[in-house]
Ligand binder design. Structure first.
Ligand SMILES: Cc1cc2nc3c(=O)[nH]c(=O)nc-3n(C[C@H](O)[C@H](O)[C@H](O)COP(=O)(O)O)c2cc1C
Length: 414
């Protein structure tokens, strides 16, 4: 097996105020800060090809000051798509449109990053706006037919879901290679950070799961055997992804709840991934291995980053950890970094709500530097705006206060 120790290749952060805005470096890549835009699929691709939507959507986060910007789950083969609209890197023709995206991100100050994935038995879904169930006849009539899905075992995700074909050992080997080839293409497109999606009930996660994986060969059985597919993928990706570039891996900390994975299993997996060249564990809390789809995101707090588990993983597995999940305000992100619970902080929905999240966070943490990191064409106008906007806000606050006092006085008079 090809192994290497990488943790030393990633520079340990030095203590500083507003650590969120200290640069992050790993291998030969340096990011201007520790704000990462989490991978978020857009269901906007056709035949796996990126287009203007991906470019505009992601470029907003680069202009908005984030250090690293991720393109969402990108399928390593057509069967591994979630929906017809997923991005793909299963052939060389898909490189060029993604190269446009990577180049734009880099030109505007962010490290371009991309996540590779395969949905396994969770493939062939409708987009959210068509219901997010398995593709059916009505979808086929709209030109979006279902496709045969694969998994570790011939067990469907749930009632009404397609039964996957259990992958043969040869089929597994082909898929392991497909991950490597997709990593090669991601590099050719100019991405500088690569993440493998090993969470949320998708293919790698299905192999880890004693619920989805009932194989009796070398890829099934106890926790170590169920990890084999993940580790082979990590090796294949590392073979094709240059040594000088960081590799991330997404896991689901929610697995610890179901009792299907013990903490030692998860720590062991992360340590084994580190030995194979994974630098950062992206510690999601969504979608534990036995929970999809029924219990997924049933409570809002299901997505909360599990800081204590993340911290434990960081120390016990010797990996860097990226926090993600319901990180809303800058102070929350800063506290995670200060407490040594994470090395990077990923922002998902808040960034959709406010693509300038990083620039606003910098200001909120008192590091505005005269708006020095805002896009140059905006800077002078926004500096002027700040003074007049403050005055308008103060006046509005005063009016609200006066109105409340007036109300209070009339109630007192009743
Ligand atoms: C629109 C959307 C698309 C997403 N697509 C992906 C994806 O492609 N890969 C992935 O691992 N997670 C995906 N996620 C999950 C996010 O990366 C993130 O883990 C989750 O939203 C929790 O973070 P937040 O609370 O900051 O949004 C997606 C989330 C959203 C809102």
């Amino acid at each position: 097996m090809h192994t290497e120790t990488v943790s030393r290749q990633c520079v340990a952060p030095t203590g500083a105020l507003a650590r969120l805005f200290t640069p992050w470096s790993c291998r030969d890549v340096a990011a201007r800060n520790r704000v990462v835009i989490s991978p978020m699929q857009q269901y906007a691709a056709h035949e796996g090809l990126a287009n203007d939507w991906h470019l505009i959507h992601l470029a907003r986060f680069a202009l908005g000051g984030a250090g690293v910007v991720f393109a969402g789950a990108t399928a390593v083969e057509p069967r591994g798509r979630n929906t017809h609209g997923d991005l793909g890197l299963w052939h060389d023709g898909q490189i060029e449109p993604l190269a446009r995206v990577a180049h734009t991100l880099k030109t505007h100050g962010a490290v371009p990053a991309i996540q590779l994935g395969h949905t396994g038995r969770k493939g062939g879904l409708q987009t959210w706006w068509h219901g997010h169930g398995p593709l059916n006849q009505a979808d086929a009539a709209r030109g979006e037919p279902a496709w045969p899905v694969v998994g570790p075992s011939a067990l469907p995700t749930g009632e009404g879901w397609p039964t996957p074909e259990a992958l043969s050992v040869d089929g597994i080997a082909r898929l392991v290679d497909a991950y490597g080839q997709a990593a090669r293409r991601a590099h050719a497109a100019g991405f500088e950070v690569l993440e493998v999606h090993g969470a949320h009930g998708y293919l790698i996660h299905q192999f880890l799961s004693p619920v989805a994986n009932t194989r009796t060969d070398a890829y099934g059985g106890d926790a170590l055997r169920r990890q084999r597919f993940a580790l082979e993928v990590a090796e294949s990706v590392r073979r094709h992804w240059p040594r000088q570039l960081p590799l991330f891996w997404r896991i689901s900390l929610a697995d610890l709840d179901s009792g299907d994975l013990r903490h030692e299993d998860l720590t062991g997996l992360c340590a084994a991934l580190r030995e194979r060249g994974v630098d950062v564990i992206d510690a999601s809390s969504a979608g534990g291995i036995s929970s999809y789809p029924t219990r997924l995101q049933s409570r809002r707090s299901d997505l909360d980053f599990r800081a204590d588990d993340g911290q434990r993983l960081r120390h016990e597995a010797g990996v860097q950890v990226m926090a993600v999940g319901n990180i809303i305000v800058p102070e929350q992100a800063e506290a995670l970094l200060q407490a040594g619970q994470a090395d990077l902080v990923a922002i998902g929905r808040e960034a959709l709500y406010n693509p300038n999240w990083a620039l606003h966070a910098e200001r909120a943490l008192g590091l505005d530097n005269g708006m020095a990191h805002w896009p140059r064409p905006y800077r002078m106008w926004l500096t002027r705006r700040a003074a007049s906007a403050d005055a308008v806000r103060d006046a509005a606050d005063l009016r609200r206060l006066q109105a409340r006092q007036h109300q209070g006085a009339s109630h007192a008079g009743v």
